[in-house]
Design a protein. Sequence first.
Length: 247
Amino acid sequence: MIRIAAVGDVHVDKDVLGRYRPALEQLPDVADVLLIAGDLTRHGTVDEAKCMAQEFGGLAVPVVVVLGNHDHQSDQELQVMDVLRDAGMTVLEGEGTVLTLNGHRLGVAGAKGFGGGFAGACASSFGEREMKNFVGTTEAIADKLGAALRGLECDALVALTHYAPVPETLTGEPLEIYPFLGSYLLGQAIDSAPTALALHGHAHHGSERGRTPGGVPVRNVAHPVIKQAYNVYQLLSEEAGAGLVNA
């Protein structure tokens, strides 16, 4: 069994220091790894990244993260990534990693993702160059995510994004902003591999549970949605076989 703790949208700055740490210190008792689905900081500054490193660094379990849109706000995302990696975190952007946990190999492929919308109400790469660039950004990110997922050799495979891959986990958000919260292209990338679980954040007023067209369980782990320091999900348990059990 692999126990995955997950949260997103923690938005750490100096005012948040200490808020998550008591629960994080208990992680080894309940989880084998912590995955964080973006918006690690409030404005994407190096100082905030150092606060994030202080709050979520040095844990007794591996920590794997992707960036979110807030982490790009100050155009310091490369420096932010360096700070987090120096603190021992694995930062993914169109890449994958394999962790050996409890004798099982957990593969995690991660990317921030981007917007564009979902079937029946999505942007297309047509018209102005600005629109082509917008859609092209999502296409490039989704392609990298799919390639990373398909390239991992593991016993259980997880996709980690900030933007949503399905509309179901956006329920509660205004329909008008769905195109800025995720893209069906991310769902297609997830369905292109034998993914067991997809985790995302970004939709603070969304819902926790969804499923890709291919049947992959999707969980919105944004902190305002799960309302706790992290949720725990189980893979490769005797109860679920290769599937997912919410702990």
